[in-house]
Design a protein around this ligand. Structure first.
Ligand code: MOS
Length: 765
């Protein structure tokens, strides 16, 4: 959301399409490897332990860091005694604001500047000030991790506290409306929704609340840093490799080519594996001690200094006429975004493209609290926005005595409900029909509380999900075609577990007319051509868009090399295509020459091309969204209030599916995270101090194996004619809609409408 908005801000509203002439990608029709089930190429390395993650890289003379966090809300450090820590066994150095080098804070994240990736603009140990509870105030460096951890407990710190806002409700009168950057999330009114509501035959008007949430990737944030003179090598767990290298270069006053960030494997990111304070402190400390250094955050440190999802309070009001046609759709509310952060929780954005209505109002207000900067967390905005709006639709359907699927289908838009811009492809209706039939929706009893088995009440619910298509500008790739007919595709792409290399190998094989075995994909290294961050469910199509341009360049280069003694002589780039490990005339496929033959005759070992994708203009001309229909069946205990989810089904309309195996895994992973959102996850903030009270996996609950039912996924698979490969994003749509499907099923089971997440036992007793 943020990304789409910033890209629009950067480029302006320019009509255009992604291919010259607006032709769909030919690979939508001509697929060989793409669309086939393929196992992750990096799978064997991961399961055999060969993969080295950022905090596992071995180095001679490595030392270890441990962080010390502020324990006050806001204020100043008045006394700081590091003596005991410095004299503890193995301690090499204690970094505090007194000896930390003077460094600038990173620029706040913005697509308009690829080096701007900061989640917080606060100074990092530059003075004695504390801005939020948990902020880094010191780092101990020692010979072993255990010595560093121990010494970190020995600092004596006194503070002078000042008052600061930490209460959600109390901050409301000072809420801000962000005027320009987030143009989609701005205040937007169409018609007169309040008047329509008052005059509607049916209406619902309710407040929905969702809690703050923290990131819990299996791999903790961490990095291994080695200075080599004035060159900096960083193995970082990051979903933004090239931007991190650029940012570190800027902050430490180095030439960009002197900084290398390596991140071939990342153990989960979900939006949090970005640029935070700890990278800067670790890099500075490694220089101070003159040794390679590892800083792997503890789970508690991740909670303290890595932000998560903002809490929200949302009002959704819907008015409908007697037939169920929406006359008003209002979605407004509050979320937290401190002034020093840059991630608005854009919960109304998905709603804007979900339903048609006679009138609309959308408004997001931001609260400034003294807490760690919040950030993106899988489907920021949509994950919690759909909980509110899709619960409200269910409430309205129940009040009208109408099937909730029918009510939704009745109000599906033909084009963007606000802008009128046509969808590139939109088959949510089909996703609903296919999903409902596979799930057995007709077995649902519309009267709540009627299905029982012993102490268990059983119910079914459904909800829609929506996530915008994004393609990032400026992704560069390099293709090296070798004389032996193999190709290497390279860029600094990230893999947080989704199978980045696998899908791009499938893609490049088809694009170049090669078997998958002949293609390698190099990634995870900032020395390679710069890829944008992995975010916004955009990486696959962003890189694909660049490979398209690189393949065109390669075609021209090869035709030039082929010359006049080739069967291709006289053909131009537009008259050929890459197939059968070479080039063929489109009109006469018997005119074909293999890459090996062309390179042999030209006496070349390889041909190298580098290219950047075309600007992502397609989403200015078309409304492009991945959508889903989520179905849930669950049971609620009359005795304990416990919810057990029995079945979950996701029916997706996300364009072409490029690899059913990795895609199904993405969808399921997102849906499991959605179960956490619905039933468990909640950051407990002590509102007196702004301190997180449950910074451990023992206290902050996520779904475990026994919480996760049979999850079915299916998709329309209808290609999007406006995107590379016909694909849209799939990384974030999975979580979207799940919480509402669960809440709606809980209502169907019990007759209790829970409007606040998570739905814990106490809310149902
Ligand atoms: Mo995602 S929340 O853009 O990693």
């Amino acid at each position: 959301n943020f990304i789409i908005s910033s890209v629009r801000t950067a480029i302006g509203w320019v009509p255009g399409q992604w291919l010259p002439g607006g032709k769909p990608d030919p690979l939508i029709e001509r697929r060989a490897a793409i669309g086939r089930q393929a196992s992750r190429l990096d799978g064997p390395e991961k399961v055999t332990g060969g993969a080295r993650f950022a905090a596992e890289v071995a180095m001679e003379g490595l030392c270890y860091g441990a962080l010390v966090h502020a324990t006050i809300t806001r204020g100043r450090i008045t006394a700081l005694d590091t003596g005991m820590a410095e004299h503890a066994p193995g301690v090499l150095h204690v970094v505090t604001h007194r000896n930390m080098p003077r460094v600038a804070s990173p620029a706040l994240i913005a697509i308009t500047d690829p080096t701007a990736v900061g989640n917080s603009s606060l100074p990092i140990m530059q003075d004695d000030r504390v801005h939020y509870n948990g902020q880094i105030v010191a780092m101990v460096v020692a010979e072993t991790q255990e010595q560093a951890d121990h010494a970190a407990t020995l600092l004596r710190i006194d503070y002078a506290e000042t008052a600061a806002p930490t209460r959600f409700d109390a901050a409301k009168p000072d809420a801000r409306i962000i005027p320009s950057l987030i143009i989609d999330a701005n205040h937007c009114t169409v018609g007169n929704p309040e008047r329509e509501l008052a005059g509607s035959a049916h209406s619902v008007d309710a407040i929905y609340r969702t809690p703050g949430q923290n990131h819990n990737a299996i791999e903790l944030h961490g990095l291994t840093v080695a200075w080599d003179g004035d060159a900096l090598n960083v193995h970082d767990a990051t979903q933004m490799i090239a931007p991190t290298a650029a940012t570190l270069a800027k902050i430490f006053g180095l030439k960009r080519e002197k900084v290398r960030v390596l991140s071939p494997f990342v153990g989960g990111g979900f939006g949090a594996k970005g640029f935070w304070d700890h990278q800067i402190v670790a890099v500075a400390a490694a220089r101070m001690v003159g040794r390679p250094l590892r800083l792997m955050l503890s789970r508690e440190s991740v909670y303290r200094i890595i932000g998560g999802r903002s809490p929200t309070e949302q009002r959704v009001a819907i008015g409908a006429d007697a037939e169920g046609n929406f006359t008003a759709l209002v979605h407004t509310g509050y979320s937290v975004m401190p002034t020093y952060s840059a991630s608005p929780e854009a919960y109304t954005l998905g709603t804007r493209a979900l339903y048609s209505a006679k009138s609309f109002e959308f408004l997001q207000r931001h609260l400034d609290l003294a807490i760690v900067a919040n950030t993106f967390m899988r489907a920021p905005g949509e994950a919690v926005g759909t909980f509110a709006v899709e619960s409200a639709v269910d409430e309205l359907a129940h009040a009208m005595g109408m099937d909730p699927i029918e009510l939704r289908l009745r109000n599906l838009p033909d084009s963007h409900p606000i802008t009128g811009v046509a969808f590139s492809q939109h088959a949510l209706d089909q996703a609903y029909r296919d999903g409902a039939s596979r799930f057995g929706w007709d077995r649902r009893d519309p009267v709540p509380g009627t299905r029982r088995e012993g102490e268990w009440r059983i119910g079914m619910g459904c909800a829609s999900g929506s996530f915008p298509y994004v393609r990032m500008p400026g992704a560069a790739v390099r293709i090296t075609l070798h004389r032996d007919g193999t190709a290497l595709v390279a860029c600094s792409a990230q893999d947080m577990g989704m199978g980045t290399a696998t899908v791009q190998v499938q893609h490049a094989a088809d694009r170049l007319g090669l078997p998958m075995e002949a293609v390698r994909f190099a990634m995870g290294d900032s020395d390679l051509p710069a890829a944008p961050m992995a975010g916004g469910s955009a990486q696959t199509v962003s890189i694909a868009g660049s490979i398209i341009v690189a393949a065109e360049k390669l075609t021209g280069e090869l035709l030039r090399l082929a010359g006049n003694s080739s069967p291709l002589a006289g053909l131009r780039a537009g008259e050929v295509r890459l197939e059968r490990e070479g080039i063929a005339s489109t009109a006469d496929p018997s005119r074909h020459e293999s890459y090996a033959s062309i390179l042999d005759r030209a006496n070349r070992d390889e041909v190298v091309v580098t290219a950047t994708g075309t600007p992502p203009l397609e989403f200015f001309k078309h409304t492009m969204h991945s959508t889903s229909a989520v179905f849930c069946e669950l049971r609620v205990s009359d005795v304990t209030g416990e919810v057990r989810v029995d079945r979950l089904l996701g029916s997706f309309d996300c364009g072409a599916i490029l690899n059913p195996k990795t895609a199904a895994s993405q969808f399921r992973g997102g849906m499991i995270m959605g179960l956490g959102l619905a039933l468990m996850e909640e950051t407990l903030l002590d509102e007196r101090s702004g301190r997180i009270m449950n910074p451990t996996l023992a206290d902050y609950h996520v779904p475990a194996h026994l919480d996760v039912p049979e999850i079915e996924v299916m998709w329309t698979g209808i290609p999007d004619p406006r995107s590379p490969l016909g694909a849209r994003g799939i990384g974030e749509i999975g979580i979207t809609g799940v919480a509402a499907a669960v809440a709606n099923a809980v209502f169907n089971a019990t007759g209790k409408r829970v409007r606040e997440l998570p739905i814990t036992l106490d809310t149902l007793m």
